[in-house]
Design a protein. Structure first.
Length: 230
């Protein structure tokens, strides 16, 4: 088993809007969605979010699941308060990237628009050197293979750039490959090219994504790339 809405989600024990998130965990395993993109038939119907000495419980409606390997806690907009980033899927309309705080769901990208269509989070970090974080994910890593950079500002996720021919997940894998790195002050997103033959470093500067090839793909080389050894 893998570890660890908008509509009609149940939120219990609501905390003040100013409460900082300290941890989050996916809960309520369910087989109501038959995608199994992460290697088994189970997804998650809920999430527990903890902060300011309180825990809130999010329960998704029957038409939704959290289709992810973890709930990521990070300060997504640089305001000093952490949020939760997670893949939330509508069974009929596919995946979206959602942001939660102690009061529940704040915002999300649009659902992809079709069942059995997924996105894979890649990382969170300052990609352009302005001191504020960006979020990167791959839209449909098995089909479209598009790297997307978004910013969370003012309670909204806004797309800033998109590049094709890149991926970070293979169907059935229980993990997501690659991630974010900063080597000698140079930020990069590390992932694979479309056919998994090469490891790619992608940078976001000046509003566009640029790429360079680091090495042939292998798990060992991926680990070296993330450790700034390539």
């Amino acid at each position: 088993m893998r570890l660890a809405v908008v509509a009609a989600a149940v939120l219990c024990l609501a905390a003040p809007a100013t409460a900082d998130v300290t941890s989050a965990k996916l809960t309520q395993s369910t087989d109501r969605y038959d995608h199994a993109v992460l290697g088994d038939a189970l997804e998650w119907g809920g999430m527990q979010i903890t902060g300011a000495g309180r825990t809130v419980t999010v329960t998704l409606p029957p038409a939704r699941v959290f289709e992810d390997i973890t709930a990521r806690v990070a300060d997504l907009d640089g305001d000093g308060m952490a949020e939760v980033l997670v893949v939330e899927t509508d069974i009929a309309r596919g995946a979206s990237l959602a942001v939660y705080d102690m009061n529940g769901r704040v915002t999300a990208t649009d659902f992809i628009g079709q069942t059995h269509r997924w996105l894979a989070p890649l990382g969170i970090g300052d990609l352009d050197g302005d001191g504020l974080p960006e979020v990167a994910y791959v839209d449909r890593p098995h089909l479209a293979r598009e790297l997307v950079v978004v910013q969370y500002r003012g309670g909204t996720l806004t797309e800033r750039a998109r590049a094709t021919g890149l991926t970070n997940h293979r169907i059935g894998d229980s993990t997501i490959a690659g991630g974010y790195r900063s080597c000698d002050g140079q930020a990069a997103m590390i992932l694979a090219n479309a056919d998994w033959s090469q490891i790619i470093a992608a940078a976001w500067q000046g509003g566009r994504i640029t790429t360079r090839t680091l090495a042939p793909y292998s798990k060992a080389n991926m680990a070296r790339a993330l450790a700034c050894q390539l």
